[in-house]
Write a protein of this length. Structure first.
Length: 279
């Protein structure tokens, strides 16, 4: 085969133009994604570290585009945010997660909470709590089964508004977690005033706890601080038995990661629920 010199160069010569056109492709395909039914949710299990009990699932958005193939949320969520589609997509995610919860309820499984990721645009909607209350009602799902995850930067963007929003969500009985904890700049005084349920310790710290004594120190400090504030902790991105042993010894409450279970379609998540029921 002949080497395509032009292709080899493209990445160096015109990275900006290529990025802009990729962005436009994504945007127009994303506009059609909902109508074409190209979105789905995967569910990743979360386990208690002591008892190894299934605590719940995180819902993670998947997009298989007819035109572009499978696209990672790391790539398309920022596009959806910048082109204003995130509210519609976020709404679909919430509805779909609640639909799944009500299917599990109808099938007679002991219910476990499902966590949904919220982007900044969604979190700052003034009627968010009302919309969620209506959606819970429509699907006949108990508020305690819904958890929202927001990153530190989303929560700290407008902390006074966040304070009100979190109080309204808390009043509904919904749980709220801070996602990717440790990567942003939370103010401790706000952390104390926000109505939160848990801190999800970012994968980047968990990845290095066995080799890196600084990351170990950070994770220890986060676990102790969370305890002092009455918050639960969940370690993200758990991949090895060594990490599992260390986090359990430190008193981290829960974990999620490839070692325990990868994000999977609802059918596989149902199998986890079933295994839990007979265990
Ligand atoms: P996130 O909320 O921090 O989600 C965790 C990510 O880590 C997921 O990537 C998950 O598949 C991955 N992960 C889980 N366990 C492991 C592990 O043991 N090792 C490694 N290396 N990775 C692990 P995913 O599904 O690609 O999602 C990436 C990000 O996209 C999410 O990060 C979240 O910020 C965003 N996202 C996903 N779904 C939604 C959604 O419905 N709405 C919004 N606003 N954002 C979403
Ligand atoms: Ca998350
Ligand atoms: Ca995370
Ligand atoms: Ca490190």
């Amino acid at each position: 085969a002949k080497r395509d010199g032009k292709n080899t160069w493209r990445g160096f010569r015109a990275p900006l133009r290529d990025r802009a056109s990729r962005q436009m492709l994504l945007e127009s395909a994303l506009h059609r994604a909902l109508a074409r039914d190209e979105l789905s949710l995967h569910y990743q299990p979360q386990f208690a570290l002591g008892s190894q009990q299934l605590l719940g699932f995180e819902a993670l958005l998947r997009w298989h585009s007819e035109d572009l193939g499978t696209v990672s949320p790391v790539e398309f969520i920022p596009v959806a945010e910048s082109c204003g589609l995130i509210a519609m997509i976020g709404d679909w995610v919430l509805q779909e997660a609640l639909r799944q919860l009500s299917r599990w309820q109808a099938a007679g499984f002991a219910p476990v909470p499902v966590a949904v990721n919220l982007s900044a645009a969604q979190f700052l909607q003034s009627d968010l709590a009302e919309r969620i209350a209506r959606a819970l009602d429509a699907h006949a799902v108990d508020a305690a089964l819904l958890e929202l995850e927001l990153t530190e930067s989303v929560a700290m963007q407008r902390p006074e508004e966040a304070l009100e929003q979190l109080a309204a969500l808390h009043a509904l009985g919904i749980r709220v977690s801070i996602d990717d904890f440790g990567t942003g700049y939370s103010s401790l005084s706000y952390l104390k005033r926000f109505r939160l349920d848990r801190l999800k310790i970012d994968r980047s710290f968990v990845a290095d706890i066995v080799e890196d004594h600084e990351d170990r120190a950070i994770v220890e400090a986060v676990i102790r601080m969370a305890g002092a504030l009455g918050l639960k902790t969940l370690a993200e991105g758990l991949e090895t038995p060594e990490q599992l042993a260390w986090l359990t010894a430190q008193g981290c409450d829960a974990a999620q990661g490839y070692l325990l279970g990868r994000p999977a379609p609802a059918g596989e998540a149902t199998a986890w629920l079933r295994a839990q029921a007979v265990a």
